[in-house]
Structures are given as C-alpha cells and as structure tokens.
Design a protein around this ligand. Structure first.
Ligand SMILES: N[C@@H](CCC(=O)NCCCC(=O)O)C(=O)O
Length: 256
C-alpha cells in the first residue's frame, strides 16, 4: 500500500515580494519520518478551493500551529490590534476544511493554532492573552532566537483517564512545550477534553465518537517527534489511522 496522503494547512506569508502559502518543515518531516505519510500543502485560497472534492482524495488532515490568531469575529470575540496578527485567508480555508473532515470521519491531527481552529470550526470560543487572566500561567514561548529554546519542554500536562490520547501515550503526566497566548474557551460540538495543564488550560481535545484518529494538542509534538517517545507515538498513531483510512478509501474506488 502506498503512503497515506495528508493535507497540511498553510499560512499566508509575505516574503521577497511574493505571497507564499507555506507550512513549517517540522510538520512535514514529522509526517514523513514518524507518521509514514506523504504531506500535501493545501494553499489557503478559501472558497476558491473545492474542499469537499479534495477531501475525497486524501487520507488525513494536519492543522499546523502558527503565530497568527484565529479572527475573533469567527467566535464572537473582540478584534484588537494587540490580538493580531490575523491570517483571514488561512481561517477561510481551515475552518471549513476541519469541519468537513470531522463530519466525514477523516483522521485529523490539529496542533496549537490548529486545535484552536478545530474548536472554532465546531462552534467553540477562544480565550485571549491567557497570561493576563486570574489563575492562569504564562504559556508563551521564551524570548529567544533559538528554536530549540523556544520549543523547549515547559510544563506538565495531566492526561484524562479514558482519553484517546491516553490510549496512545498512557495516562501518566507528560511534560510538553508551550508557545501560545490563546486557549480554548467554551468547547465546540463533539469535542471532549483530553488533557489539561496545572492551571486548568485545555491542552488536548478529541472527537470521541469519530471513527478514526481525531486528536488535537495545544503543545507541539512535531518539534520533538524524532527524539521524544510520546511525541513520536502521537504521529505514529495518526499515520496508522491515515493508512487504515486510505485502505478503506481505495477499496471503495476499485471495481468489484
Ligand atoms: N496564535 C495562537 C496559536 C499558537 C500557535 O500555534 N503557536 C505556534 C507558534 C509557533 C511560533 O511562535 O514560532 C496563540 O498564540 O495562542
């Protein structure tokens, strides 16, 4: 069986006088090296893209993290200059993409901004600047030019008993990295909390009634997937689900 095809969401970036639709390499290599998948970057062209048709030709969706915030208009929040930057083209692509992928039972792994997008796509809300909220810790990355330093392990998370993630990596607390200033507020439809930080911040969710792997983390397993066992396991489990989905999908295409 050939490798499963996994759509990877793209940020819109302005560089060298061009507009780019790009994804960080860390997600692409975690997919190829740990999930055994072939990543396919989906440009953030919103309604110009036939999302349902494309979803019919792939075996999974990986929603990446990004510094930009989901636009607050999409969940009844308040847009301010300090709350940016925003990436409306990405929002207009990823929200319908994730909603349809969930509805169709396609394996989804959503990371950081990706988890926030999944929540908003399913009708949930986000909290802004959580480091300023009573009782919450600072979940932002350390100020550094070194990516290893920014993605360094920062705090423990407690995995819920009976969670999907618990089935993959066990329910002992794990220590994770942390690079965000927003967090999930009210939960979107069908989502369940899978893990929390010590300050109560939601660190992982799943869609428990989804047929395949549908897991999201606020932390970044992609960054250490080649060297950290729990991070690798999350990608391996996603790859297994995408492979199983591919087998089924191709079987329905073949003549009887
Ligand atoms: N903007 C949101 C999403 C956080 C996120 O996806 N972080 C990844 C950022 C990677 C980096 O800073 O290099 C938030 O802040 O909550």
């Amino acid at each position: 069986m050939t490798r499963p095809l996994v759509l990877v969401t793209a940020d819109v970036k302005h560089m060298d006088n061009y507009v780019w639709h790009a994804a960080p390499s860390t997600y692409l290599t975690a997919l190829t090296r740990c999930a055994g998948a072939t990543p396919v970057i989906l440009p953030s062209l919103g309604s110009e893209i036939e999302i349902d048709a494309i979803l019919g030709d792939v075996d999974g969706v990986l929603a990446t993290g990004s510094r930009s915030n989901v636009h607050p208009d999409l969940y009844g929040g308040e847009a301010t200059e300090a709350n940016g930057p925003y990436d409306p083209a990405r929002d207009s692509t990823t929200l319908p993409l994730l909603k349809r992928a969930v509805e169709r039972g396609i394996p989804v792994f959503a990371i950081c901004r990706g988890m926030q997008e999944l929540n908003v796509a399913l009708g949930g809300t986000l909290l802004a600047e959580i480091q300023n909220l009573d009782g919450r810790s600072d979940h932002r990355a350390p100020a550094s030019d070194s990516q290893d330093e920014r993605f360094k392990i920062a705090h423990p998370v407690v995995i819920e008993a009976g969670s999907r993630i618990g089935r993959v990596i066990g329910t002992d607390p794990v220590r994770v990295n942390s690079l965000h200033r927003q967090a999930l507020g009210t939960l979107g439809d069908r989502l369940q909390v899978e893990a929390r930080a010590e300050d109560g911040t939601i660190e992982a969710v799943s869609v428990p009634d989804a047929p395949g792997y549908l897991v999201a983390t606020q932390w970044h397993p992609e960054y250490w997937a080649e060297t950290d066992s729990p991070s690798r396991r999350l990608f391996e489990a996603f790859g297994d689900a995408a492979s199983a989905y591919r087998k089924q999908r191709l079987a329905t295409l073949l003549p009887a």
